[in-house]
Design a protein around this ligand. Structure first.
Ligand code: NDP
Ligand code: MG
Length: 384
């Protein structure tokens, strides 16, 4: 019997690579639910190939096209955000790959946790927006969570067989993004096209911009804090431009364990789908002799001030990271349209932090309201 899987965001970078792995192991995995935002053509093509039980599109205007293409094949279809969240409660799968981008991952993930599913977690924004609440839900429901984010997958792998009480530090590696070697003056004038050219990883547009500002690394510190239940002062980031060491764990005896591999998301996706087990790779092996050197340097928080937002978010707590995430979603969209400069992404986030009311112990409704209030405030300020 194959292991049945739902993919939230099957048409994206992580979603399509997840389907590659499913195709590599047809006797082992089957996609039974596929969902997308608005790319109906690719969703139809994926559904024709993988024959899921259900395909859902968030953009309701695309539903007629989806229905007309798939219902003759016996594939059920639905549309809208709530249909994606409702699909998480079906009983024909047990693992959800959360591969949609941004805030859109939060509510489907919560519904999947409540329905007792295993979570292959790619959508880091779920733990950025509402990490305290979601990590409590994981504990209450005994949820098995296997990270897909390469750094967190590396840490997870380094922790296998170890006593969590002996961990002294999580060391998250960062490529440094496309502007690592540029001066502050050069960074002030970079374009969206330059920011989208990531030196190591081929990813969706939003995370590629987050990597360029290094907010992605701040988000990964927040993600690690909630995934591994390690306080923020024990989590550090180090720049490693070759992206071969995916992250490290330091133990109280001074030992540091690392996980290495080529920069390719198929490995962490395969590890997560296989429920933290080792399945054979179809990618080229890592040949260390091909690398003249592996280098490490301290991140430059002056050039990349978004990095400092991890400390602020975790020190202030409450809805702080939710505000940061929402303001960033609007700022990134505005930067991609050429409406604001690259440094204005950070300024937009800090302005939102001073404008949106702080809530120390938010409920889920408070997080949802904070997100929407921040989106509305930031969009009207930028004039989007
Ligand atoms: P992409 O932009 O490539 O894909 C996003 C997916 O989400 C697409 O399927 C998209 O559908 C869907 N989507 C977009 N908006 C909505 C919405 N409002 N409601 C429902 N679905 C929506 O992103 P990535 O694959 O790069 O990233 C996905 C997640 O994984 C992010 O949280 C990212 O941080 C994380 N991640 C990604 C890595 C990577 O290598 N790409 C590495 C580590 C983490 P459509 O195609 O129709 O727009
Ligand atoms: Mg990562």
């Amino acid at each position: 019997m194959p292991h049945n899987i739902a993919i939230v965001g099957s048409t994206g970078s992580i979603g399509t690579q997840t389907l590659d792995i499913i195709s590599q192991f047809p006797e082992r995995f089957k996609a039974v639910v596929l969902t997308a935002g608005s790319n109906v053509d690719l969703l139809i093509e994926q559904a024709r190939r993988h024959r899921p039980a259900l395909a859902v599109i968030a953009d309701q205007s695309k539903w007629p096209a989806l229905r007309d293409a798939l219902e003759p094949l016996g594939i059920a279809t639905a549309a809208g955000d709530s249909a994606i969240a409702d699909a998480m409660e079906r009983d024909d799968f047990d693992t959800v790959v959360t591969a949609s981008v941004g805030y859109s991952g939060l509510l489907p993930t919560i519904r999947a946790v409540r329905a007792g599913k295993t979570i292959a977690l790619a959508n880091k924004e779920t733990l950025v927006v509402a990490g305290e609440l979601v990590s409590k839900l994981f504990k209450e429901h005994g949820t098995k969570v296997v990270p897909v984010d390469s750094e967190h997958s590396a840490i997870y792998q380094c922790l296998i067989g170890e006593d969590p009480a002996t961990v002294s530090r999580l060391i998250i590696t960062a490529s440094g993004g496309p502007f690592r070697t540029k001066s502050a003056e050069e960074i002030a004038n970079v374009t969206a096209a330059q920011a989208l050219r990531h030196p190591r990883w081929n990813m969706g547009a939003k995370i590629t911009i987050d990597s360029a500002t290094m907010l992605n690394k701040a988000f990964e510190i927040i993600e690690a804090r909630w995934l591994f239940d390690v306080p923020s002062e024990k989590i550090t980031a180090v720049v490693h431009p070759q992206s071969i060491v995916h992250s490290m764990v330091e133990f109280v005896d001074g030992a540091v364990k690392a996980q290495l591999g080529i920069p390719d998301m198929h490995l962490p996706i395969r590890f997560a789908l296989g429920d933290a087990s080792r399945l054979p790779s179809a990618e080229p092996p890592l040949t260390l002799a091909d690398y003249a050197s592996l280098t490490f340097e301290r991140p430059d928080e002056e050039k990349f001030p978004c990095l400092t937002l991890a400390r602020k978010a975790l020190a202030d707590g409450g809805n702080t990271a939710c505000i940061i995430n929402a303001a960033n979603e609007v700022a990134v969209a505005a930067f991609l349209k050429g409406r604001i400069s690259f440094p204005a992404i950070y300024d937009t986030i800090t302005e939102a932090l001073s404008a949106i009311p702080f809530i120390a112990s938010p409920t889920l409704d408070d997080y949802v309201a904070t997100h929407h209030a921040t989106i509305a405030h930031t969009a009207s300020r930028i004039g989007l």
